[in-house]
Design a protein around this ligand. Sequence first.
Ligand code: FRU
Length: 475
Amino acid sequence: QEVENEYYGEPFRSQYHFTPASNWMNDPNGMVYFEGEYHLFYQHHPDGNTWGPMHWGHAISADLVHWDHQPIAIFPDEHGTIFSGSAVADVNNTSGLGTKENPPLVAIFTYHDADAEKTGAIDFQTQGIAYSTDKGRTWEKYAKNPVLKNPGIKDFRDPKVDWYENEDGNGKWVMSLAVKDKISFYSSPNLIEWTFESDFEPDWAAYGGVWECPDLFKLKNNDGEEKWVLFVSINPGGPNGGSATQYFVGDFDGENFTAEEQEVKWLDYGTDNYAGVTWSNVPKEDGRRLFIGWMSNWEYANIVPTEVWRSAKTLPRSLELFHSGEKQYIASKPIEEIKKLRVDSKEVEGESIDLSSELLEIELDIVGADFEFELSNAQGEQVILKKEGNSLSFDRSLSGKTDFNNEFKKLHTAPDLGLDFRSLSVFVDKSSIEFFFNGGELVLTEIIFPENPYTQLKTKGFGEVKKVHSLKSIW
Ligand code: FRU
């Protein structure tokens, strides 16, 4: 793969997943669609390649595939550094921070006051807002921040806000907030004054770590029925260790969220999809619920073997609800726009295939009850995805560089969710591999650090014809 921009040619630099130009990145923040542009903000430490005082980095895209880096959007101030949060288009100017003719974008984020934390205080996380009246290019903090003070709880963060309308057409802003190990809902007419509504903390959910980065939104299931979905990222306590995102399917009446099925559900069975949330204000005509996650895990995020920058985002995905038996799950589909990156598409036959690109999308039909997918190179580096009986596993123990963390070599497994496996599509970038079964009904997102390109694909249990697409870099 020829990389025109030498700067993006460093070892392991993702070629079609979003990365910051330099230094540290974690959670996606403030994703909002506005006047033809998708905004992506992110937790960013601009002065180092490990986690540090948080700012909101920023990028803009017209297609969710190609990104233009923007100047840092939101800087720390006297109330603290800028932790995760969301952004909305305040189209009716309910906040008064713009005008009816030029409505503002409003970002709602957590202030983390590290100085107060050092004094032993526990109320050092509060919520603040900032606004932009120039399509997100520059941001002004609200003069009377914080807008939501801390009631005396150590973990009080990651506000995700969206407009809620009841059947009579009456609306209000609803905030989902991670409060230690529960989700609190607040509401507001104007994004400035917030009223507590309720807590969600079912005793059967996955705990094990602190709850973070909630998201609350509606999705249609495949009977055309609308359900409410609540995302909660937890760290640690994920199904394969460390950080992961659980979700609940149920109902929200403007005040309370109730889950329909008492089952712990995970968005992804790979270890590297965390703190993901969805875009707000996507036009109704588009109809998609668009998602992106942070492609790392707090177990090793700070020590993965990259220097200039640290960590990438997942591929953007469109979320849908589907039934498996009586139960409802979320499918995460790679967005259609990614097809634009295909530069060469081949239909290849046989179980062993030579690969000529490091950037790949591979499409397979699953015909056997058991199957095996292996990428390897002559240097002995390899990854293996395998189903044997009821056990589905991914092995990255020999994937490349793994010596930075003991946990990294561990075998990852996914449970039997009663799926009938029909297809698999696999996206390979310089330091990640993403597996989508049945168009996203089961997903494994995994980072890997091969020191040499994988050159061989070996398969068992798949249809004779395999589609292999070479992809191009977005940079
Ligand atoms: C999740 C998280 C959030 C917090 C942010 C700080 O990864 O811990 O809860 O706002 O990262 O960078």
